[in-house]
Design a protein around this ligand. Structure first.
Ligand SMILES: [Zn+2]
Length: 447
């Protein structure tokens, strides 16, 4: 065996972007933090991650001194345009909140224009708080997809499917035709954006709707998203209708596959957890939304022990009410501890994994993103450390999960493109977006 040497930089391809000087947490299995690390990037891919500090004259440098460099965070469950309803209806039971406030407001005020600007506001917030990839499910998703494309994020953008009249789909019998047309329009359009379908839930979609949506998703090679067992009431309703608990029911109808991203999975019994693991279903854990709507707590420690792929999500802004995944990590860790009455459950490290490599696995993008390694796409963030609430520094993972917030993110990079540098957006104009959303919100507020 030849001795291994560090790569000779003269033989390496020249980078076009370098992130230098920070503590690099690659999140790759078994790799220790790099104290003063350098990430070299070329044409959107990572060339190298190491501690070589030699000069690369003429190359764009992102300064990461006094900061931590991390893979970009992955939000595995969101309805981005719901930023429009942030603070519109709070502190209500889920059924009343959803059926009496949110659904009627969506029916009245959503159109391609409002979805476009609401999605862009959400993108601004995600870029500013370190999220580089999102799984989004909503309506009027041509507009949602165009907004995400303009913002530069990586995403799975899914058209909503529900057996009720929905925004842009007044006749429920058209829901899958609309979904399929959406997939056909955008399939292969962009390397960063995958079109998909989002079944609202097994209680609002019929057996045939769930089955057909699953088949269409498979045909296009996209994951299918759904809400699953979010509340006890929803579980009861499905048991009444089908005679089975939701996970068993979905398995019987052939929807419980490795391509399913199930958000919530709060009310699941031991037998269901085993089945979720066996069928390799992916879970999006959304603790803050579950807390705000008092839905319950997903048994995350058990999911992780069973080897289930688990990512973190924010859900929509009407039930959170922000898109800050750094705060969501803190909540995820603490909620599992109090739920299980065990402070060792869901450690800071486990929470950070859910938001990075775990999220990438839930998206089916683990070969492309989720860790900082040569050959992967250059989706990364730099988080400041030189702030009073982040000092002193014993363990950067603990500091990020338990002390930082999204406001501490300094730079955000997607596909080698700097979307935020020193907290200034490089591509989209925050003033324009906030002014547009404010005008829309005035109309919504007047009811
Ligand atoms: Zn949701």
């Amino acid at each position: 065996m030849p001795a291994t040497h560090p790569p000779d930089p003269r033989q390496e391809e020249a980078p076009d972007l370098i992130v230098r000087g920070g503590i690099v947490l690659t999140m790759a299995e078994g790799r220790a933090p790099i104290r003063e690390g350098t990430v070299r990037i070329r044409q959107g891919r990572i060339l190298s991650v190491d501690d070589r500090a030699e000069a690369d004259p003429g190359v764009e440098i992102l300064d990461a001194r006094d900061a931590v460099v991390l893979p970009g965070l992955v939000n595995t469950h969101g309805h981005t345009a719901m930023t429009l309803f942030r603070g519109y209806a709070d502190d209500l039971p889920l059924d009343e909140w959803l059926f009496n406030r949110i659904f009627p407001a969506e029916a009245r005020f959503l159109d391609p224009e409002t979805v476009y600007w609401g999605t862009l506001l959400g993108c601004l917030e995600m870029i500013a708080s370190g999220t580089t990839c999102v799984a989004d499910g909503y309506f009027f998703q041509d507009a949602g997809l165009e907004a995400v494309e303009r913002a530069g994020l990586r995403a799975l953008i899914a058209q909503g499917v529900i057996d009720f009249p929905a925004p842009g789909v007044p006749r429920p019998e058209d829901n899958l035709a609309v979904g399929r047309a959406f997939m056909e329009r955008w399939h292969g359009f962009s390397e960063r954006i995958t079109p998909g379908l989002f079944c609202h839930s097994p209680s609002t979609c019929s057996e045939s709707t769930m089955r057909d949506a699953s088949a269409v998703s498979r045909e296009f090679g996209s994951p299918l998203q759904t809400h699953l067992s979010e509340t006890g009431g929803e579980v009861e309703e499905i048991v009444k209708r089908t005679g089975e608990r939701p996970v068993l029911y979905l398995d019987r109808i052939g929807v419980l596959t490795p391509d399913l991203i199930a958000a919530h999975a709060v009310h699941v019994e031991a037998e269901e957890i085993s089945l979720l693991a066996e069928r390799r279903v992916r879970i999006a854990h959304v603790p803050e939304s579950n807390m705000k709507l008092a839905s319950g707590t997903a048994p995350i420690h058990k999911f992780l022990k069973a080897g289930i792929r688990v990512g973190l999500g924010t859900d929509g802004c009407a039930s959170n009410n922000n898109l800050d995944l750094i705060q969501e990590m803190d909540t995820a860790a603490k909620l599992s501890k109090v739920f299980d009455k065990d402070p060792t459950h869901v450690s800071a490290e486990a929470a950070l994994r859910m938001a990075t490599s775990g999220g990438a696995a839930v998206m089916g993008l683990e070969r492309e993103i989720g860790t900082l390694e040569a050959g992967k796409r250059a989706d990364l963030i730099v988080i400041d450390l030189d702030r009073p609430h982040l000092q002193p520094l014993y363990n950067p993972v603990s500091t990020i999960v338990y002390s930082a917030t999204g406001a501490d993110v300094r730079h955000t990079v997607v596909d080698g493109e700097v979307l935020m540098r020193d907290r200034r957006f490089t591509g989209i104009d925050p003033e324009e977006i906030m002014a547009r959303v404010e005008a829309i919100a005035r109309t919504i507020g007047q009811g």
